[in-house]
Design a protein around this ligand. Structure first.
Ligand code: PMP
Length: 456
């Protein structure tokens, strides 16, 4: 860190508490202050340039420095910088974006509610479904099913749905009725001698058992990321989602697809639900909806859910939920322009093509002594580092390899994400095949340094 007492780094340490950061360590290292971005690159306050292999936080799909999005925000700010959507007020960008989202998503998804973040969206989903079930005269039907390893946000309800110890510990979560099922990650959770198909059978049976034990009349919904992201990029086993869907439908349990990371092309299809054959009742999107140039999330849901809620508002007077900035006109204008860029520039097809290069390039590391598993689909992937390749033993402490690799990555000009010892990749969807090769080459140098560091 710059030692100057008034450097930007020193002032950061003086004033800010950072999310998901070891505050005491941060006081010593200081921040890396990112000053600007262009395409797949970002530059810090010391002038060092990095390939942003995580698109920020799985989010800057169209890349950095996209002038069309700045122009869209500028135009909308001059015309109408803010209006709320309470009490029947509306604004044109929100209406057009809702229409667009319904048009590009599954037939079943007909209605939209906007929030500012993925966490708020998932909290809203919980409240919408509770409200709906109260209205349907099923006040007992409130429990959510989720999975260990899931990430659905950090607010009280969404954080409860999340299935990660660091997001629960010392926060008194879970705080809503939720049951976390087995993480559908075959490589880690599959048992000795169990085939992938047997693993899916076991998870399906677990779901049936949990429903039978609690009673289907107590379970409101099953929420899942089609491909789990922040917990470590874990694609589900073959056939998993079709089974889950069949069981949930049979028991009148709604299916919520959390596509906050997956949505808008990440897997090489517009939505990951397309990829896995999921036909959700509710879909949550955020991040790449605006490429994170503006905070925005949307909940897409079925007309059936809408009618149940609307009927109740007719009885009690209102749907008493919403945020000051729900359907914010500037965020929605940026979202519309962003979806136009994704379409016009063929970024979903690009994610598929560059994604094939990413998966192929990373597959080379399967034989590396530190690498336990390489996994992913399209332009999202992870390389899991292990202490013992044969037994899959994790490092003790967790992060023993991931943390130094993250640092060496910076030295070699690439920003990856270390989820413990799982190294995640989720680059901007504009990335070209040759840039993927360069990104992986930089990661390889960091991996080599990590191996030397651990051996020393
Ligand atoms: N759901 C998923 C699948 C996510 O990946 C995230 C964020 N990484 C969230 C919800 C929460 O979104 P936010 O950080 O905008 O609250």
């Amino acid at each position: 860190m710059s030692a100057l007492p008034n450097s930007i780094q020193a002032r950061d340490v003086r004033y800010l508490l950072h999310p998901v950061t070891n505050a005491r360590r941060h006081e010593e290292t200081g921040p890396i202050v990112i000053e600007s971005g262009d395409g797949i690159y970002v530059t810090d306050s010391d002038g060092r340039q990095y390939i942003e292999a995580m698109a920020g936080l799985w989010s800057v799909g169209v890349g950095f420095g996209e002038k069309r999005l700045a122009d869209a925000a500028h135009r909308q700010m001059l015309k109408l910088p803010f209006y709320h959507s309470f009490s029947s007020k509306s604004n044109e960008p929100a209406i057009l974006l809702a229409e667009k989202l319904v048009e590009i998503s599954h037939e079943r998804l007909q209605r939209v509610f906007f929030t500012n973040s993925g966490s708020e969206a998932n909290d809203t989903v919980v409240k919408m479904i509770w409200y709906l079930n109260n209205a349907r005269g099923k006040p007992q039907k409130k429990t959510f099913l989720s999975r260990l390893g899931a990430y659905h946000g950090i607010t009280i309800a969404s954080g409860s749905l999340t299935g990660l110890p660091t997001n629960h510990r010392d926060f008194d979560l879970p705080a809503i009725p939720v049951k976390h099922l087995t993480c559908p990650h075959y490589w880690r959770q599959g048992r000795e001698g169990e085939s992938e198909a047997d693993f899916v059978d076991r998870l399906a049976q677990e779901l049936e058992d949990v429903i039978a034990e609690a009673g289907a009349d107590t379970i409101a919904a099953f929420i899942g990321e089609p491909l789990m992201g922040a917990g470590g990029v874990m694609p589900p086993p073959e056939g998993y989602w079709v089974r889950v869907q069949e069981i949930c439908r049979r028991h009148d349990i709604l299916i919520v697809a959390d596509e906050v990371i997956n949505g808008f092309g990440r897997l090489g299809t517009m939505f990951a639900s397309d990829y896995y054959g999921i036909d959700p009742d509710v879909m949550v999107v955020s991040k790449q909806i605006t490429s994170s140039y503006q905070p925005l999330a949307a909940i897409l849901f079925s007309d059936e859910i809408y009618q149940g809620i609307a009927d109740n508002t007719a009885k009690i007077g209102t749907f008493g939920h919403g945020f000051t900035a729900s359907a914010h006109p500037v965020a929605c204008a940026v979202g519309l322009e962003n979806l136009a860029i994704i379409e016009e520039n063929g970024l979903v097809a690009n994610a598929k093509a560059s994604g094939e290069v990413l998966q192929r390039e990373l597959a080379r590391f399967r034989s590396h002594p530190l690498v336990g598993e390489v996994r992913g689909v399209g332009l999202i992937a992870a390389v899991e580092l292990v202490a013992d390749k044969a037994t899959k033993a994790r490092f003790d402490p967790v992060g023993k390899a991931g943390a130094p690799l993250f640092g060496f990555g910076h030295e070699h000009g690439v920003i990856v994400r270390a989820i413990g010892d799982q190294i995640a990749f989720c680059p901007p969807m504009i990335i070209r095949p040759d840039e993927v090769v360069e990104m992986v080459a930089r990661f390889e140098r960091a991996l080599t340094d990590t191996a030397a560091h651990l051996a020393a």
